[in-house]
Write a protein that binds this ligand. Structure first.
Ligand SMILES: *Cc1c(COP(=O)(O)O)cnc(C)c1O
Length: 440
C-alpha cells in the first residue's frame, strides 16, 4: 500500500485496508475496530465552507484520498447532510445547543446512517462486480439504530435491510419507525430479547449456509462510515462558534457507546477550535469510573430512562485509547460524569420551566452535567451541548414529567402516519434462514 491515500488500521494492529474495505467490513478480521492511519491536521483559518455539507467535503477529503469513492465525496455529503443541523444559542451566546434531531427519525444516528448508506450504495459496484445478488444488510436494534438505518437505506439500489427488534422492548414510536417501510426494508419482531436479536445476527454471519446463499453486510454503529460524518457536525459547530465569537467552545456530549463523543474528540485532534470535552453518561458509569480510577471494568448494562445510552461495554473506548494511549494524558483531555434517572427527570422539568425547552432524556444528561459545573467554569467559557434526539421520540417519558404533550416534528409525523408491517420471528437460525430465502 502506498502513502498516496488514506488507510485504515485495526486498533490491534493486525489489519490495514482502504476506505471501501473499512466501510464494507465494519469490524476488522482481527476482531478490533478500524481507525484512520493518521488524523489529518487542519488550520481552522483555512477551512472555508459555511454550510455543513461544504465543511464536510473539506474535512473528509483526506479520509477519502486514494479511494475510488473520492470523486463521489461531494455527492455523498449532499446526500447524507440533507436536513438542518442548527446551533441554537441560549443565554446570549455563552451556551448553545447543537440540535442533531431534525433528520427523518429524529435522532443523531440519522447522520451516520445516511452517510454510510450513501457511501455503500456508491461503493457497491466495486465490492463484487460479478455478484448480482442484492447486498443484505442485517441490523439488530434496541430502538434508535434500526429506524435510522431503515430510513437511510430505504429505496437504495442493490441493497436491502433486515431489521431484527425485540418484541415488547421498544417504545411504541420506535416500533413504528422500525415497521413503516416497504420495498427493500424488512422488519422482524423477534420473540426474544435484544441480546437474542444480536445473537441471531452474529450466528447468521458465521452460518456457512446463510453466508453463502446471501451476500451479507452489517451497518452497526462501530462502522467507520458512521463516525466520519459525526466528526463533521462537531467540527462545523466549533467553527461557526469560533467565527462568530472568536473563542473555542467546550463541548458536552451525552454518551453510551462513545461513538458521538469520539467523533468530537477526533475533531479536536484534527485542529478544530474545541476547548474542553465533557462526556455525560447515565447510570452506566464505566467511562466516568475508568477516568477517575484508571481501571477499565466493562459490565452488563443497567436500564435507564436514557435507554440509547444503556451500554456497559462501550466499544469505541478502544479507539479512544488508540488515539491517546497514555492514561495521564487521556484523563487530562476528557472528563466524564454520570447522571441518574431522578436527575434526568428533574433536569427535564427544570429546563422546561426555566428555559422553555424540552429535552429528550439523553440530552438532559448533558444539561445536568452543565448545571453541575462550578459557577466560574460554567460562565467563564463558552459551551455547546449536544442534543442527541427529539423529545417527541421519548414522549412516554417526557410528557409525564412536563405534564403536557410534545409537538411531533414534521419528519417524524410523516413516518408516524404510515401504515406498519412486520413479521414475527422466533429467535432460531433456521427460521431466519427460511425468512431470508423467502424474500424477493
Ligand atoms: C445512540 C444514542 C446515544 C449514544 O450515542 P453513542 O454514540 O453510543 O455514545 C445518545 N442519545 C441518543 C438519542 C442515541 O440514539
Amino acid at each position: 500500500m502506498t502513502n498516496a491515500g488514506m488507510y485504515y488500521l485495526s486498533t490491534l494492529g493486525g489489519h490495514e485496508t482502504d476506505l471501501i474495505g473499512a466501510i464494507s467490513r465494519g469490524l476488522a478480521p482481527d476482531g478490533s475496530l478500524y481507525v484512520p492511519k493518521d488524523l489529518p491536521r487542519f488550520d481552522p483559518q483555512r477551512v472555508r465552507g459555511e454550510r455543513i455539507e461544504q465543511i464536510a467535503v473539506e474535512l473528509l477529503e483526506p479520509f477519502f484520498k486514494g479511494s475510488r469513492l473520492a470523486p463521489m465525496l461531494e455527492a455523498i455529503c449532499k446526500d447524507a447532510f440533507n436536513f438542518s443541523i442548527p446551533l441554537e444559542e441560549l443565554d446570549g451566546g455563552m451556551l448553545a445547543v447543537l440540535e442533531l434531531f431534525h433528520g427523518p427519525t429524529a435522532a443523531f444516528k440519522d447522520v451516520g446512517a445516511r452517510f454510510l448508506a450513501a457511501a455503500m450504495e456508491r461503493a457497491l459496484p466495486d465490492l463484487a462486480p460479478e455478484d448480482k445478488r442484492p447486498l443484505t444488510i442485517l441490523v439488530a436494534t434496541s430502538g434508535d439504530t434500526g429506524g435510522a438505518v431503515a430510513s437511510a437505506f430505504h429505496g437504495r439500489r442493490g441493497m436491502r435491510v433486515i431489521v431484527l427488534f425485540p418484541r415488547g422492548q421498544v417504545s411504541p414510536r420506535q416500533k413504528h419507525q422500525l415497521t413503516c417501510w416497504t420495498g427493500n426494508i424488512h422488519s422482524f419482531e423477534v420473540n426474544g430479547s435484544f441480546d437474542q436479536c444480536q445473537g441471531l445476527l452474529k450466528n447468521a454471519f458465521i452460518s456457512p449456509q446463510i453466508s453463502t446463499s446471501h451476500r451479507l453486510s452489517a451497518a452497526n454503529s462501530i462502522n467507520i462510515g458512521r463516525l466520519l460524518p459525526q466528526m463533521v457536525y462537531h467540527a462545523a459547530a466549533s467553527l461557526w462558534h469560533w467565527r462568530k465569537h472568536g473563542n473555542r467552545a467546550s463541548f458536552i456530549v451525552p454518551t453510551g457507546n462513545l461513538g458521538n463523543a469520539l467523533a468530537c474528540i477526533w475533531a479536536r485532534a484534527m485542529g478544530m477550535p474545541i476547548r474542553d470535552i465533557i462526556l455525560a453518561t447515565n447510570s452506566n458509569r464505566v467511562i466516568p469510573e475508568f477516568l477517575s480510577t484508571g481501571d477499565w471494568k466493562p459490565r452488563d448494562s443497567v436500564q435507564t430512562l436514557a435507554s440509547a445510552m444503556d451500554v456497559g461495554d462501550p466499544s469505541n473506548m478502544e479507539r479512544l485509547r488508540h488515539l491517546i494511549p497514555d492514561f495521564g494524558e487521556l484523563r487530562s483531555s476528557v472528563e466524564a460524569y454520570p447522571v441518574n434517572d431522578s436527575a434526568i427527570r428533574e433536569q427535564i422539568a427544570v429546563d422546561y420551566s426555566r428555559r422553555d425547552r424540552v429535552w429528550c432524556p439523553h440530552t438532559a444528561t448533558g444539561f445536568r452535567v452543565f448545571d453541575n459545573l462550578p459557577e466560574s467554569r460554567r460562565t467563564g467559557q463558552s459551551w455547546i451541548i449536544v442534543a442527541t434526539a427529539h423529545p417527541a421520540k421519548f414522549d412516554n417519558i417526557v410528557e409525564e414529567v412536563i405534564g403536557t404533550t410534545v409537538p411531533v416534528p414534521p419528519a417524524l409525523a410523516t413516518l408516524l402516519a404510515l401504515p406498519t408491517y412486520s413479521e414475527a420471528l422466533d429467535p432460531e437460525l433456521d427460521l431466519l434462514s427460511n425468512a431470508l430465502d423467502a424474500l424477493k
